[in-house]
Write a protein that binds this ligand. Structure first.
Ligand code: NFS
Length: 656
């Protein structure tokens, strides 16, 4: 048995910490094995109340200063910073960090793309020429008479401005509906390159700089917009061009995808490059033979978190679980290697992996973990890294000594709904368009669209908020689109299959059954939230639902978020015009001017607004109320009443 901490009898039951049965089973085993995870650490470490309220400032060394949430205007920091300045600074820095992460990922994708285009990187190819051409044309690049390489080169140059433009506007603002863009221009928040915006954001939150919470938040919006319509969008578009635009595919999800008699390799992280090469390595006949020689039936490649979500969408690779399950999957004893790249890689993985003799391998120069094995991944020779990892996994399989316990839970769902596919799915190959979606919203069968996204957080019961919220939404005819760890929660709960239409309200169910789609559409990883932005822009362009994103009957939620990336995503949705509601905790004090600005006043300036709820049913209620408010403003609220009467009539006729 692995050595570890003693079981703490005061800890809550595993079934109170997660609704994922597989994770609960492994949590019980971990405690038996004396292995500690984020769930125990969260239970044992009370969150700092002053920090949770965002009432402390440690951006200079006259402090740190602590203000009081119960009397927020009772005192100020040593420099005189008010509670509103402090909260705005903290929030803006969250946005800057989250935006930096997504742009760092997007820029790495652009570096890779350039290497492929100029022939210096040969392991990857341009797979989706259509997407290349469409993206180039949308950005105003002429494609007639040009080779694929010429178009790709020009696209590289254009997309690079997303990061480097010192003035002007980033390329993808061409996708933004005119009225939304007008709102941004009026507020002076159309983003320049990410480097400039993040630099200015950090500068403005230094001691003695911007001390007007509204002005700080303007730059926070500008910074967030260069995430959603910038770096994240570049990451998604280049991934599609290089690896293919996703289309629906049936995928198995949950820990039961591990196989006791195979070499199990997990890839966890965010950039698809490592995973794509790993996919090639596990299919290498020589390595498969080596696995067989070691007594295994084969090599089983499985994903986790966001790169897992991308790979399930593109290639149908099974997915083992979301963020809060990344330690617990190792507790199965069945993982022969876990390869990680960047983002959401908990340092605690090192210790858990050690307990189960699982090689934990970092691969990226930007994300080492002390105590893990580092095998550098270079795009110029990617297979050298992935093959070494597979060999390590085979070696570990051969010497498995601890008992293996794999939970049996497996859910099957359909994933891979890119915005392009939604277009095609609803309109068919000859008249692909968003018109049927808009029509069904206008006639009320679909009440509105909700994006439910984001992390899991051990301070709330894993997956529970996601699942309960989505169930309420679809029951009320709200079509749900998803990404990231939230999508995995719903997939595990069985709500991403077309049969889940059974749980939808009558209008949404009718649409789902006609099209053959689930009421919950999985769009991929967190950078793929940009697919939701694009879908919103398409809905506006198609017509009948107002002139700006702020007019649409849509809402967004991250009910179990934990990362700064989620804050950046939330802010770019709000700045784009979407009511966005978070759960768990919110870094502001109700009643302060800063809080009022985020939760009420931003909406009056033509943006969306923030919301907060810890109960999923209350969260759904607020989202539906917002959708209904927008329907009313559009004058389509009556249509829905008629549709529902129609359905009731139909049921009455059926029953007769
Ligand atoms: Ni998003 Fe992906 Fe998951 Fe949260 Fe982390 S994996 S980028 S941050 S935890 S959804």
């Amino acid at each position: 048995m692995p050595e570890g901490k003693k079981t703490d009898k005061t800890l809550p039951n595993p079934s109170d910490m997660t609704i994922c049965e597989a994770t609960a089973q492994m949590l019980t085993k971990a405690r038996k094995d004396g292995v500690e995870t984020q769930f125990e650490r969260a239970a044992n470490m009370k969150a700092c109340p002053i920090g949770a309220d965002s009432a402390c400032c440690k951006h200079c060394f006259m402090g740190p200063c602590r203000l009081n949430a119960r009397d927020p205007y009772g005192k100020v920091g040593v420099c005189g910073a008010t509670i509103d300045t402090i909260q705005a600074r903290n929030f803006a820095r969250n946005v800057a960090t989250g935006t930096a992460c997504h742009n760092d990922h997007g820029m790495a994708m652009l570096d890779l793309f350039r290497g492929v285009v100029n022939g210096k990187i040969i392991d990857y190819k341009i797979k989706d020429v259509n997407k290349l051409n469409e993206t180039a044309q949308m950005l105003g690049i002429e494609i007639e008479g040009k080779t694929v390489q010429e178009v790709a080169n020009e696209l590289c140059d254009e997309l690079e401005k997303t990061y480097t433009a010192v003035d002007g506007e980033i390329p993808f603002v061409k996708r933004v509906p005119a009225k939304t863009l007008e709102t941004w221009r009026k507020a002076g928040i159309v983003p320049r390159g990410a480097m400039r915006e993040i630099m200015e954001m950090l500068s403005r939150t230094h001691i003695g700089m911007d001390q007007d919470y509204k002005n700080i938040m303007r730059q926070a919006s500008r910074t967030a917009l260069v995430d959603g319509w910038g770096g994240s969008m570049v990451a998604t578009e280049i991934s599609d061009i290089l690896y293919g635009t996703p289309a629906p595919v049936a995928v198995e999800v949950n820990m039961g995808v591990l196989k006791e008699d195979q070499v199990n390799v997990i890839v966890h992280g965010h950039e698809p490059n490592l995973f794509e090469s790993m996919l090639a390595s596990v299919n290498d006949p020589g390595l498969i033979q080596a696995a067989k020689d070691a007594g295994a039936k084969g090599i089983n490649l499985v994903g986790m978190c966001c790169s897992g979500a991308e790979m399930m969408s593109r290639h149908g690779v099974p997915h083992a679980g979301n963020f809060s399950s990344t330690e617990l999957i190792l507790v199965t004893g069945a993982v022969d290697a876990m390869a990680v790249d960047i983002q959401c890689i908990q340092q605690a993985l090192v210790k858990v992996a050690e307990c189960y003799n699982t090689p934990l391998i970092t691969t990226n120069s930007r994300c080492h973990l002390e105590g893990a094995t580092h095998i550098p991944f270079h795009e110029h020779d990617p297979r050298a890294c992935t093959e070494e990892i597979v060999i390590k996994a085979i070696t570990r399989f051969k010497s498995r000594s601890l008992p293996v316990e794999i939970p049996k839970n497996v859910g099957t769902g359909v994933h891979g709904f890119s915005s392009e596919y939604i277009n095609y799915m609803l309109g068919g190959s000859f008249r692909g368009s968003y018109t049927p979606l808009n029509e069904n919203i206008i006639n009320g069968r679909i009440r509105g669209v909700a994006g439910v996204v984001g992390c899991t957080n051990p301070r709330t019961k894993q997956d529970w908020m996601h699942v309960e919220l989505v169930k309420d939404l679809i029951k009320n005819d709200v079509l749900v689109v998803q990404t990231g760890c939230s999508q995995i929660a719903l997939a595990k709960a069985g709500l991403t299959s077309p049969e889940a239409a059974y749980y939808a309200g009558p209008g949404l169910r009718e649409v789902c059954e006609t099209v053959g789609m689930p009421p919950v559409l999985g769009l991929g990883s967190c950078v793929d939230n940009t697919r939701i932005l694009i879908a919103c822009a398409e809905m506006v362009k198609t017509g009948g639902l107002g002139d700006s994103i702020a007019d649409l009957p849509v809402a967004g939620a991250a009910p179990e978020y934990m990362s700064e990336k989620a804050i950046a995503i939330g802010q770019y949705f709000v700045a784009s015009g979407v009511f966005t509601i978070f759960g768990v905790t919110f870094p502001s004090i109700p009643g302060t001017k800063f809080h009022k600005y985020l939760f009420d006043e931003m909406e009056n300036e033509g943006f969306g607004k923030w919301g907060f709820a810890t109960d999923p049913h209350e969260m759904a209620r607020q989202m539906i109320a917002h959708i209904d408010k927008k329907r009313k403003a559009l004058g389509i609220d009556k249509a829905r009443e008629r549709t529902l009467v129609d359905m009731a009539d139909r049921r009455a006729i059926d029953a007769a």
